[in-house]
Design a protein around this ligand. Structure first.
Ligand SMILES: Cc1cc2nc3c(=O)[nH]c(=O)nc-3n(C[C@H](O)[C@H](O)[C@H](O)COP(=O)(O)OP(=O)(O)OC[C@H]3O[C@@H](n4cnc5c(N)ncnc54)[C@H](O)[C@@H]3O)c2cc1C
Ligand code: FES
Length: 286
């Protein structure tokens, strides 16, 4: 069992979970992920690792509560345990001295770009961090990201902080920037990855995206995480999760991510109904 050391909501709908997982923590590298289960008979879901402490033997996960399993993770309390944490999985993000690297993070990606930015900074790159959210109250971890950044930029859809609009503003930010940018790295939801890649394509800047297709085993056995990159079939769990954003078949990826939407909604609905009827039973019988 993997004990919960910290569990809290960082901003509405985005949660932090720190669990004891010494084996994973001792081998973790930036850009890798774990597969976990929230309960014994629960499904396996992949989450990127946003930080780890080898001495303490812990890993920190940041996740968005979007459905059944993330909802169960969001209800965990300190001292409780989860039955499964498998990892590190996937290839680490390439860390080298590139020059100037722009890291773009949105929703959970604001957390998962942190270890990548830290490792790139240690390699003496100049780091430009861009964080994107619907509104300024949805930003988190700004202090720790600023510590490893040379420049910090906000984009908010409602204009409450920084550039107003969506991540398409990145093209304008890059064009108006006086410095040349050698690489862009994007972490977050699929739309952010796609739009970030669309923004850098006309400028020809190499753009690395951490893909998040549906995964089951995470070891290349089931084929569920199949993606097309540069006209080749790749498995995101073992060939990725990082790929060249200009080569990803985004239409196929977005379509495949929705494959089980009906089942997910039905399952979430019946699980919440069951919780409510259990509560009602408790209330009527005391
Ligand atoms: C390598 C990788 C790293 C990820 N890192 C993070 C992270 O750090 N933080 C975070 O919030 N999310 C991350 N995700 C996405 C996360 O796995 C899904 O949001 C989660 O599985 C949703 O499960 P659910 O039961 O709560 O929601 P559901 O209602 O089951 O699904 C909601 C949506 O999540 C996607 N999803 C469902 N099951 C899976 C699955 N087994 N694998 C991948 N996607 C699925 C589907 O597109 C679905 O429409 C990552 C995905 C991958 C592949
Ligand atoms: S998750 Fe099964 S092959 Fe990638």
């Amino acid at each position: 069992m993997f004990k919960v050391i910290a569990a809290r909501m960082l901003v509405p709908n985005i949660h932090l979970l720190r669990v004891e997982a010494p084996a994973a923590a001792s081998q973790m590298k930036p850009g890798q992920f774990v597969i976990l289960r929230a309960e014994e008979d629960g499904e396996r879901i992949p989450l990127s690792v946003s930080n780890w402490d080898e001495e303490e033997g812990t890993i920190t996960l940041i996740f968005m509560n979007v459905g059944l399993t993330t909802g169960k993770l969001a209800s965990l309390k300190v001292g409780m345990s989860i039955p499964t944490v498998v990892g590190p999985l996937g290839n680490p993000t390439e860390i080298d001295k590139f020059g100037t690297v722009l890291l773009l993070g949105g929703c959970y990606g604001i957390g998962s770009i942190f270890p990548i930015a830290r490792a790139l900074k240690e390699k003496e790159n100049r780091i430009i961090t861009v964080v994107e959210a619907r509104s300024s109250f949805l930003f988190y971890w700004e202090n720790r990201l600023r510590e490893v950044s040379d420049r910090f930029i906000h984009i908010t859809r409602d204009g409450t902080k920084g550039y107003r609009g969506h991540v398409g503003r990145l093209e304008e930010i890059l064009t108006s920037s006086k410095e040349s940018i050698n690489r862009v790295i994007v972490n977050g939801c699929t739309f952010l990855l796609k739009r970030g890649s669309d923004a850098t394509r006309p400028l020809g800047i190499k753009t690395v995206v951490s893909l998040n297709p549906i995964m089951i085993d995470g070891t290349g056995m089931c084929g569920v995480c199949r993606v097309t990159v540069g006209s080749r079939t790749r498995f995101a769990c073992v060939d990725g999760p990082d790929f060249d954003g200009h080569e990803v078949d985004w239409t196929e990826l977005l379509q495949r991510r929705k494959s089980y939407m009906r089942e997910e909604v039905v399952h979430l609905g019946s699980s919440r109904c069951e919780e409510h009827s259990q509560e009602a039973r408790k209330m009527s019988y005391g």
